[in-house]
Design a protein around this ligand. Structure first.
Ligand code: PEP
Ligand code: MN
Length: 337
């Protein structure tokens, strides 16, 4: 941690800071410039972070030297991590396409969608059995029956499945079925849930909260890794901005920033990011161009009857067309599908 003092800080104030640092068992490294004095605080960064350094008279600003996240930081591994979902590797040269309906609704629906997306080139099947809905009166998902239908779709299609866990009380049940647990945007800072999934070894896809910064997302991921589970995917799914023409604003800035900051693979969900079916393909292609390791696309065989997110779901034939175009973009940026 570095303390920058005000230009008018007195020698007495500086000595006061230095002696308090020593009282805490930390070391102060004082550097005297022409205009101001800079004090480096040396010791365990975690311990220093808890001290109210900014509260001392004469202090202008306090800057951390190390990042607040450790285990997720790129430097921790020094190389990009790969996460296996079933037999599918996310984080290699291949851009992995996840697809499926927002919610699992019926046997016919999930089996039909699973087969069509697999035939088009998707590698992981998505589908919600526990749905986080803005209104308590909206469809909440089929729960256990939804998980059983997903398992049947996995058997039939051979695709591993990703599904959301909303609550610690459901984790044991969801973990029995899922190949990858999804933590939704609304739960990104549900710290008890993060810790619990961190105690499993199942892959976890953590979605960025709609009002969360990139740093917040990384700090939430740190909770999962700190419990011992390093099988984490980070998902950009759009944030809330002042823009009202789209459901969210897909923050593709997050892709190169995350790739530089962390070793964890990055998934982009353009479907929730823009929320309008016609515009999803453009943002999916942009995500791959920006360096996403995986994209997640909502697909429905009868969107007009969908129980959730029909307006943003692609029809299977449009999904097939999108995969062809994703392949071209992936190849143009040195990846494959
Ligand atoms: C979803 O994937 O269907 C979903 C609810 O996503 P999010 O948590 O990003 O809103
Ligand atoms: Mn959805």
């Amino acid at each position: 941690m570095i303390i920058i003092t005000r230009p008018d800080a007195t020698e007495e104030q500086i000595q006061h800071i230095v002696s308090r640092i020593a009282d805490w068992g930390l070391r102060a490294e004082v550097s005297r410039g022409e205009m101001r004095v800079v004090i480096g605080v040396i010791g365990a960064e975690d311990k220093i972070r808890q001290k109210p350094l900014g509260a001392f008279p004469g202090v202008e600003s306090v800057m951390p030297v190390l990042k607040p996240y450790k285990l997720v930081s790129y430097e921790f591994r020094g190389t990009a991590s790969r996460v296996k979902v079933g037999d599918v590797v996310v984080g290699s040269k291949e851009v992995v396409i996840m697809a499926g309906p927002c919610s699992v609704e019926s046997e016919d629906q999930i089996l039909s969608i699973a087969q069509s997306i697999r035939d088009s080139g998707a590698k992981i099947l998505r589908g919600g059995a526990f749905k986080p809905r803005t209104s308590p009166y909206s469809f909440q998902g089929l729960g256990k029956v939804g998980l059983q239908l997903l398992a049947e779709a996995r058997r039939e299609s051979g695709l591993p499945i990703i599904t959301e866990v909303m609550d610690t009380k459901d984790l044991e049940l969801v973990a029995e079925y899922a190949d990858c647990l999804q933590i939704g945007a609304r739960n990104m800072q549900n710290f008890s849930l993060l810790r619990e999934v961190g105690r499993t070894q199942l892959p976890v896809m953590l979605k960025r909260g709609m009002a969360a910064s990139i740093k917040d997302l990384l700090m939430s991921a740190e909770y999962i890794l700190s419990e011992g589970n390093f099988n984490v995917l980070l998902c950009e799914r759009g944030i809330r901005t002042f823009e009202t023409m789209t459901r969210n604003t897909l923050d593709l800035n997050a892709v190169p920033v995350l790739k530089a900051e962390t070793h964890l693979p990055v998934v982009v969900d353009p479907t929730h990011g823009i929320g309008i079916r016609d515009f999803v393909p453009a943002m999916a292609l942009a995500a791959v161009a920006a360096g996403a390791d995986s994209i997640m696309i909502e697909v429905h065989n009868a969107p007009e009857f969908a129980k959730s997110d029909g307006e943003q779901s692609l029809l299977p034939k449009d999904f097939a067309d999108l995969v062809r175009r994703v392949r071209c973009v992936a190849e143009a940026v040195g990846r494959a599908v």
